[in-house]
Design a protein around this ligand. Structure first.
Ligand SMILES: NC(=O)c1ccc[n+]([C@@H]2O[C@H](COP(=O)([O-])OP(=O)(O)OC[C@H]3O[C@@H](n4cnc5c(N)ncnc54)[C@H](OP(=O)(O)O)[C@@H]3O)[C@@H](O)[C@H]2O)c1
Length: 287
């Protein structure tokens, strides 16, 4: 007897506002197609006052997982059954996965960054001296993972002191690293001995493609690794300047693909086709 076709797809997606132009679905759907998985990734507008109902809906409709973006990464925690230890430290969840009926919160942003660092640049964060520009959500995720992975010192350079100081306190109180805060001066000189410089601000993000963090560029040296979280355009002005000075560079497109690949594996159980997902996202960004 012929098998009855099963048209019902497994569902995942992203809750946010605004969310229409969120590009994650492009890479996830490319990954599902490459693995012959009948899965769909939906961009779903959810207003803050509707998040509780949306999370109930997720359970009712048996979604396999969800991403959270602005403004839900913190608020979602109250609707989950458990949160991974690193996401708990960050106080933010960007990915929810299921364990049976339980919804588990994860944060894959910092893990995506670490994967890019280790796999693409062959850099082990253990014992490294790190400077991070910015103290927002991306900086928080990246620095917590770097600290848990054994980074020796982390300097947070931020325009707004309160945010920078709060992140430094979190790192010093709850991770093994030693962190310090520097309020961003007119031009920041990267100190001698720094191994890793990370731009975790939104400076340089499309359409501000000429944006460049205010740095003394001659303090970027050969041997340093310079990372930018900006995924679009991937080849930011900061990375161009760093290459010109002989530093190794890591772009934000790789980080974005890896954080999505980690979510893909959590949801489907399959290793993500990273190259396919990377190509799909690069095409979306016109690269
Ligand atoms: N590649 C990836 O996978 C990935 C993942 C997550 C985020 N991102 C990117 O990371 C960037 C930051 O995201 P986020 O969620 O961390 O945002 P956020 O929470 O709003 O934080 C933004 C940070 O940038 C700083 N900043 C913004 N404009 C600045 C300026 N003109 N001068 C100095 N500092 C400035 C802010 O400083 P103040 O505290 O002083 O305002 C803050 O530290 C975004 O561009 C996002 O696209 C990439």
């Amino acid at each position: 007897m012929a098998e009855t076709p099963n048209y019902q797809a497994e569902l995942v997606g992203v809750f946010g506002n605004p969310v229409a132009e969120n590009p994650t679905g492009v890479m996830q759907e490319a990954g599902f197609a490459a693995c012959d998985l009948n899965w769909r990734y939906l961009n779903i507008t959810v207003y803050p006052e509707d998040l509780a109902a949306a999370m109930q809906g997720l359970r009712a409709m048996n979604f396999k997982g969800i991403n959270l973006t602005i403004p839900h990464k913190v608020a979602v925690i109250q609707y989950l059954d458990a949160v991974s230890p690193d996401a708990q430290l960050m106080g933010a969840v960007n990915t929810v996965r299921r364990e049976g009926d339980r919804l588990i919160g994860e944060n894959t942003d910092g893990k995506g960054f670490l994967t890019a660092l280790r796999d693409d640049a062959q850099v082990d964060p253990r014992g490294k001296r790190v400077v991070v520009l910015g103290a927002g959500g991306a900086a928080r995720a990246i620095t917590v993972e770097l600290a848990l992975a054994g980074a020796e010192t982390i300097t947070i350079v931020n325009r707004t002191p309160q945010r920078g100081q709060a992140l430094v306190k979190l790192l010093n109180d709850q991770t093994p690293t030693t962190a310090e805060f520097v309020q961003w001066p007119a031009t920041y000189a990267v100190p001698d001995g720094v191994d890793l410089l990370v731009n975790a601000t939104s400076i340089g993000l499309y359409p501000d493609v000429d944006g460049l963090p205010s740095l003394a560029l001659d303090t970027i040296r050969p041997g340093m690794v310079v990372c930018d979280v900006i995924p679009n355009p991937p080849h930011t002005r900061l990375l161009q300047e760093a290459e010109r000075r002989g530093a190794r560079t890591i772009d934000g497109l790789g980080m974005l693909v890896y954080q999505g690949a980690i979510a893909f594996k959590m949801w489907t159980g399959y290793d993500a086709p990273v190259d396919v997902m990377h190509k799909a996202l690069a095409a979306e960004f016109g690269q």
